[in-house]
Write a protein that binds this ligand. Structure first.
Ligand code: IMP
Ligand code: MG
Length: 189
């Protein structure tokens, strides 16, 4: 196989917090736990896009339970790194989740506002159960009480990019998770 070419934007990183190999190993462990917990019960996975896109794609391929996939869109960030008020959840679910076990998947649990809003929506639609799986958890930033049942990595209070997470819509394609050099956040923090 041809050698993988490195992405030029990797040079914008100040430091890497989670390597590609560490992400892969952790997803295997998370999936094993989810497989054990659900015991092949029918599952509806709901991903919060765009951020959870890459994580969900990798996680799904490790799940051994019959599942369906749908997405919701939520946004509270505009181009900076600061959350702007209440998250807007766009309810464009195509699947009926009434009486279903739902696994809600997101890239990162930060203030908790987004996942609290999405979970409330899913419960309002009478899901039988809703558990949450996040790749990253920034506990120090929590504003509303929210805990995820499945957490990949606890990370410090730094704005991170890569593996689906963006800054001003960039960097989602980096294979690892890291913090940008200050000059790349300049004027937008
Ligand atoms: P919350 O509502 O504050 O928990 O925000 C969650 C959403 O904000 C996530 O789904 C991300 O899209 C975004 N977000 C929070 N922290 C970061 C970060 O460090 N990098 C990139 N996006 C982030
Ligand atoms: Mg997001």
């Amino acid at each position: 196989m041809a050698k993988k070419k490195s992405i030029p934007e990797l040079k914008h990183l100040d430091h890497v917090l989670v390597t590609e190999a560490a992400i892969r190993r952790r997803i295997e462990a998370l999936a094993e736990k989810i497989n054990r917990d659900y015991q092949r019960r029918d599952l509806t996975v709901i991903a919060v896009v765009n951020g959870a896109l890459i994580f969900t794609a990798d996680l799904l391929r490790q799940l051994r339970t019959p599942l369906r996939l749908d997405c919701v869109r939520a946004s509270s960030y505009h181009s900076g790194t600061k959350s702007v008020g209440k998250p807007v959840v766009i309810d464009n679910l195509k699947l009926d989740i009434k009486g279903r076990h739902v696994l809600l998947v997101d890239d990162i649990l930060d203030t908790g506002k987004t996942l609290a809003a999405v979970k409330a929506l899913l419960l309002k639609k009478r899901a039988l159960s809703v558990k949450t799986c996040v790749l990253l958890d920034k506990k120090a930033r929590r504003v509303v009480p929210f805990e995820a049942e499945y957490v990949g990595f606890d990370i410090p209070n730094e704005f991170v990019v890569g593996y689906g997470l963006d800054f001003a819509e960039g960097y989602r394609n980096l294979p690892c998770i890291g913090v940008l050099k200050p000059k790349y956040y300049a004027g937008k923090l």
